[in-house]
Design a protein around this ligand. Structure first.
Ligand SMILES: [Mg+2]
Ligand SMILES: [Zn+2]
Length: 206
């Protein structure tokens, strides 16, 4: 499906259960509400795009090539659910890493917005009509910096709560199912009562 709207999704702790630095595809488990949430978003025409920090590459915990198997497994799971991913982006960098050439500052590690901006360019996504969902405030900051609206999954994964205007989520949700319901409701509200609905929406507003 070609759409200019997307929901950018953090991976660990948002789409799948967070096992730090895991790259064993067999251990991937979907998080709570993910099946239901992705089904709703896909039905309403949002592209689904993963944007994931993977500093384990820069730290030498696993080779970059290990991420291909993780991506393949996640794509298989989601395709089998009829909610395929449009994109899967990761940042392998960390400024305090050990492994060249990944041990450096970059513009893609969240809270920077590089992964979102590049995916928007690749897929023709309208960031003002799109959303970022994550489980920590760095995800929120990345989404806001890119010009998206944001939903924080308030599932206990954020522990530092360094709040600033650019890190304040537009909405919070208990899980991805609730996040999806908020996104759909907000966009329906924004579209107004005369909106014919997603099935007849072609090129966006005039
Ligand atoms: Mg996360
Ligand atoms: Zn990076």
């Amino acid at each position: 499906m070609n759409s200019d709207r997307a929901v950018f999704l953090d991976k660990d702790g948002t789409l799948i259960e967070d096992i730090p630095h895991n790259v064993d595809p067999a251990l991937l488990r979907l998080g709570p509400g993910v099946r239901e949430g992705l089904a709703l978003l896909h039905e309403r025409g949002y592209r689904l795009v993963v944007v994931s920090n993977q500093p384990g590459v820069a730290h030498g915990y696993f080779p970059e090539s290990a991420l291909a198997a993780v991506e393949a497994r996640l794509r298989d799971i989601l395709t089998a659910m009829d909610t395929p991913l449009s994109g899967f982006s990761y940042c392998p960098h960390h400024p305090a890493g050990q492994v060249a050439p990944f041990a450096r500052a970059c513009d893609c590690r969240k809270p920077a917005a590089g992964m979102i901006l590049r995916a928007a360019d690749t897929y023709g996504i309208d960031l003002a009509r799109s959303w970022m969902v994550g489980d920590i405030l760095d995800d929120i900051q990345a989404g806001r910096t890119a010009g998206c609206r944001t939903v924080l999954l308030d599932n206990g994964h954020e522990t530092e709560w360094v709040l600033a205007p650019g890190r304040r989520p537009h909405h919070t949700a208990a899980d991805l199912a609730e996040a999806a319901r908020i996104i759909v409701a907000q966009d329906q509200w924004a579209a107004g009562p005369g909106d014919p609905g997603p099935t007849s929406r072609g090129g966006g507003p005039p």
